[in-house]
Write a protein that binds this ligand. Sequence first.
Ligand code: MF3
Ligand code: CO
Ligand code: CO
Length: 250
Amino acid sequence: MKPKTEAEIELMRVGGQKLALILNKLAGEVKPGVSGKDIAAIAAAEVKKADLQPILLGYEGYPDVICISVNDGIVHGVPTATPFKEGDVVKLDLTVANKGMVVDSALTVVAGDAKPSADVQRLLSASKASLDAGIAAIKGDGTRVGDIAAAVQDVLDKHKLGIVRDLVGHGVGYGVHEDPNVPNYGVAGTGPTLMSGMTIAIEPMATLGDWHVDFLADGWTVATHDGSLSAHFEHTVLITEDGAEILTLP
Ligand code: MF3
Ligand code: CO
Ligand code: CO
């Protein structure tokens, strides 16, 4: 992967901040009685207002501006008119471009005000912690993709969560998906070498069951095969000389 220029990085920094603000706003709108389509409509309006491009719409034929996946749905869910119910585990994954430079981020929230079960709390907190650990494993120039993968895996393993293997993080910037693949399991010291100026999306996908997934008949949704609940967190990250900068923070 070719490192981005400083000007390209600045576009991703500005786009990433706007994306994060939108994603947080959307997360606050996920409530019982609200549908994925309602959230998608807000997303479309906010992306437009922020002068960003809704790059997912039409990407490989994808029909919306945001992916919304519920409960056993892990990623790539198409927003539907079905209202969320109390306790639904809702994943929002938004990818946008700022003057052509793409940024990608996702989070998981629970609909409603009731305290989630201990299992759901473990699912969300450990999945988020695994993303943080993957980012913390980036030590700048020379970091190997396996260093990130192993750090993510370590947290998910410790919390007894299934690690989705069929989908991975990725380079991002000029397009939605670039080299290299960034798996959520692996061995430190192996894999492609990262250099400053590279931009990657790290996105652990974890389950309360095992790692096997189904690709559903809607042509998009990827769901757990065993029906277990799942979580997904994602940041777009810049490799710097001696560390990492998260580009998708508010
Ligand atoms: N945002 C997704 C990712 O993290 C990409 C979704 S592609 C779509 O890689 F076609 F399903 F929208
Ligand atoms: Co994404
Ligand atoms: Co991604």
